[in-house]
Write a protein that binds this ligand. Structure first.
Ligand SMILES: Cc1cc2nc3c(=O)[nH]c(=O)nc-3n(C[C@H](O)[C@H](O)[C@H](O)COP(=O)(O)OP(=O)(O)OC[C@H]3O[C@@H](n4cnc5c(N)ncnc54)[C@H](O)[C@@H]3O)c2cc1C
Length: 409
């Protein structure tokens, strides 16, 4: 039995601490916040999308190739069914939505029940839990860490597991500073980068706040009418400062990368009719239904609140009938209906991402044990690793699986 210090009481740290204690180690868990699992508690809008349904192969397919290769051993050792079985034994029943996302049964504060279950597991296994304990420095150099500082207090152990998470939502305790310390110790790491974040726009539409665009795809290109860089099918919701919703979150990392390289341009494309056939349909409608308002026609494709301002911007009067629509106006209507310009994005904020991309290079870590290569007593797990999955329970599963591997000392 050896003494192990786990830093970070989130998804990965709780599992790592419980696992190490279950294997007979004397475990001290240090958490900066006054309570454990603060980010877990706000996950899934407070409902906590614990994991995703399906065999490990399907889960791995959701991650980038290098990340999937890295996650394979730890996910197989502690997969989604193992997580759910553990929670079930602690009284947390779950259900799977049609889209494969797994949640605790709908009850107020259900995310809190998940935290309580992991906390109870850790306590029962004998983990010493210390909250309000922010580690302020690491001491030592490869191949051994000699200790940690909590301000003036120095703590030592035979092994250390760092599970301090990413750098988004800093108010939940994750400020990302541990990555800087690791780099100073020579550990290779990628800088934090925003992902799964809302996208602010250069020309936001606060009047459209809350309006959704549905059934199409958000497209990212290198400027108006320029090369398409990426697209994601799904809804977009207007916010005061830009756009959010599933498609915006998934495209936020690519948008920020494109924006930093040159120009990024966003549009929302309807997938129903290609522009050519919609144009023909509109011409036919001009003949058969000449008194129909252009505004009424456009409302078939776009939310009502958007129609009048968009017509105005296109130089069309809201009382204009189809019979009076000039050719350029017809083109403008078809363009708006099929590929609505949202314009240039502003800087995507790291702080507002559900996950922070970047972190410890996966090549520097043994994927079976989470041990840092070149170090004898130091392991890293969870979002501190350079892993970022899509929305859907994948990120928590990655934290649970890598935490389990790190705690298997
Ligand atoms: C709003 C939001 C919703 C989300 N919803 C989901 C979801 O539904 N499903 C999903 O799969 N993922 C979701 N995620 C992502 C998921 O929550 C994270 O990927 C996951 O919590 C990462 O686990 P972790 O243990 O690595 O880090 P965290 O859970 O962030 O835990 C790290 C802990 O380390 C502590 N810490 C940091 N530095 C120190 C220090 N120096 N000393 C001591 N302690 C320290 C922090 O206080 C924190 O408690 C969401 C994220 C956000 C922000």
């Amino acid at each position: 039995m050896s003494k192990v210090i786990v830093v970070g009481g989130g998804a990965a740290g709780l599992v790592a601490a419980w696992r190490a204690a279950s294997l007979g180690h004397a475990v001290l868990l240090l958490e900066a916040n006054g309570r454990l699992g603060v980010k877990l508690r706000i996950s899934g809008g407070g409902k906590c999308n614990i994991t995703h349904d399906g065999p490990p192969k399907t889960l791995l397919a959701a991650f980038a190739k290098d990340q999937a290769r890295f996650l394979r051993p730890s996910l197989h050792a502690f997969d989604n069914s193992a997580v759910l079985e553990l929670l079930r034994r602690e009284g947390v029943e779950t259900y799977t939505r049609d889209n494969g996302r797994v949640f605790p049964l709908d009850r107020p504060g259900s995310a809190g029940l998940v935290v309580a279950a992991f906390e109870e597991l850790a306590r029962r296994a004998g983990v010493e839990l210390r909250t309000g304990a922010r580690v302020t420095a690491l001491r030592g150099r490869a191949p051994r860490l000699d200790g940690l500082l909590l301000d003036q207090e120095r703590l030592t152990a035979e092994a250390y597991i760092l599970a301090t998470g990413g750098a988004s939502y800093p108010e939940t305790g994750t400020r990302g500073e541990v990555l800087g310390w690791l780099r100073a110790l020579g550990v290779p790491a990628q800088p934090w980068f925003p992902t799964l974040a809302p996208i602010p726009l250069q020309r936001p539409q606060p009047a459209w706040e809350g309006v959704s665009l549905r059934g199409g795809e958000l497209r990212l290109s290198a400027g108006p009418g320029r090369r398409r860089l990426a697209a994601f099918a799904g809804d977009v919701v207007f916010t005061k400062s830009g756009i959010s919703g599933p498609a915006a979150l998934e495209l936020s990392q690519g948008t920020e990368r494109a924006r930093r390289e040159s120009v990024a341009w966003l549009t929302y494309a309807s997938l129903l009719d290609p522009p050519e056939s919609l144009d023909l349909a509109l011409q036919a409608e001009q003949r058969t239904n000449p008194r129909l308002l252009a505004a009424t026609w456009l409302q078939r494709y776009l939310p009502e609140r958007l129609v009048e301002p968009l017509l105005r911007e296109a130089g069309l009067d809201r009382t204009m009938m189809l019979k009076n629509l000039p050719k350029a106006g017809r083109r403008a209507l078809v363009d708006l209906a099929t590929d609505l310009p949202l314009g240039e994005p502003q800087t995507v904020p790291l702080a507002r991402g559900e996950v922070a991309a970047g972190g410890v290079d996966l090549g520097a870590v043994d994927p079976h044990t989470m041990a840092l290569r070149g170090w004898e007593n130091l392991r890293v797990c969870g979002e501190l690793l350079d892993i970022d999955g899509p929305v859907g329970g994948y990120n928590l599963q990655a934290a649970f699986s890598t935490g389990f591997a790190a705690g298997s000392l």
